[in-house]
Design a protein around this ligand. Structure first.
Ligand code: NAD
Length: 260
């Protein structure tokens, strides 16, 4: 149902972002993927997306902590496809440390990538969406856009900010056929989660098994990690015309975490 539409997904060489790209391509959308990683592996994914969609897939590997790089990525997408119809702001990183020891460069990186990059992509994509009177802006926020956990100050701050930004965009775009929503996953099994286990072990003095069961899944009543496919399915639904009344929402896909 997305033939003729173009989707740009930030941070889509891995994890949740790659799952969004696969889901949207399977519906026939052109996709622009972004993120870091091994060049051959990324090219293989790009080709697989084209094979799945019968449309085009473009890789734009810019570092989204930099404004000029974001502008370059959006210009590449516009040059290839005219405009972006579906923007998914998904790139994000985590760092785990107490506030008083939190490295200043990590704070700045997390705010730049997890929050500010979404402002830049949105401001650059919105005019084209408004002109077409159709658009979808979807953020991968987090349960941490609704509640906090200790030792994740920058991430929780960025995700709460992203939730507020999204509500504002939803109001500004409401009469233009453009919706803006957050998807807020609980713990999804991806490299981002796997990579924070060693730091959490250090910060809390725990074993790997204790971090998995007593920290990560402690607050997730289903006691299961969310899958990337479950998150991508929500994004796909938001792209449907049936979802045109859903805007400014923060949709939890968190195994019941934020129900507590
Ligand atoms: P991931 O590490 O698998 O993917 C992150 C992606 O961002 C990768 O493609 C990476 O190359 C890219 N990236 C990193 N730095 C970048 C930069 N400077 N510029 C451009 N791209 C960059 O992680 P994931 O778990 O799939 O996370 C995706 C999003 O989901 C993040 O915003 C994260 O906060 C959010 N999220 C994840 C979970 C979870 O449990 N995994 C839960 C809630 C929210």
């Amino acid at each position: 149902f997305l033939k003729g539409k173009t989707a740009l997904i930030t941070g889509s060489t891995s994890g949740i972002g790659l799952a969004y790209a696969k889901a949207l391509a399977a519906e026939g959308a052109n996709v622009v993927i972004n993120g870091f990683g091994d060049a051959d592996a990324i090219e293989a994914e790009r080709k697989a997306l084209e094979a799945a969609s019968g449309a085009r897939a473009l890789y734009s590997g810019h570092d989204l902590t930099k404004v000029d790089a974001i502008e370059a990525m959006m210009a590449e997408a516009a040059a290839a496809f005219g405009a972006v119809d579906i923007l998914i702001n998904n790139a994000g990183v985590q760092h785990v440390a107490p506030v008083e020891e939190f490295p200043v460069d990590k704070w700045n990186l997390i705010i730049a990538l997890n929050l500010t990059s979404a402002f830049h992509t949105t401001r650059l994509a919105l005019p084209g969406m408004k002109a077409k009177r159709w658009g979808r802006i979807i953020q991968t926020a987090s349960a941490h856009s609704l509640v906090a956990s200790p030792f994740k100050s920058a991430y929780v701050t960025a995700k709460h900010g992203l939730a507020g930004f999204t509500k504002t965009v939803a109001l500004e775009a409401a009469t233009f056929g453009v919706t803006a929503n957050c998807i807020s996953p609980g713990y999804v099994w991806t490299p981002l989660v796997e990579n924070q286990i060693p730091d959490t072990m250090k910060a809390r003095g725990m074993t790997r098994e204790q971090v998995m069961n007593d920290v990560l899944l402690a607050g997730q009543p289903t006691k299961q990690f969310v899958t990337v496919e479950q998150v991508a399915a929500m994004a796909l639904y938001l792209c449907r015309d049936e979802a045109s009344a859903i805007t400014g929402a923060n949709l939890s896909v968190d195994g019941g975490w934020t129900a507590q």
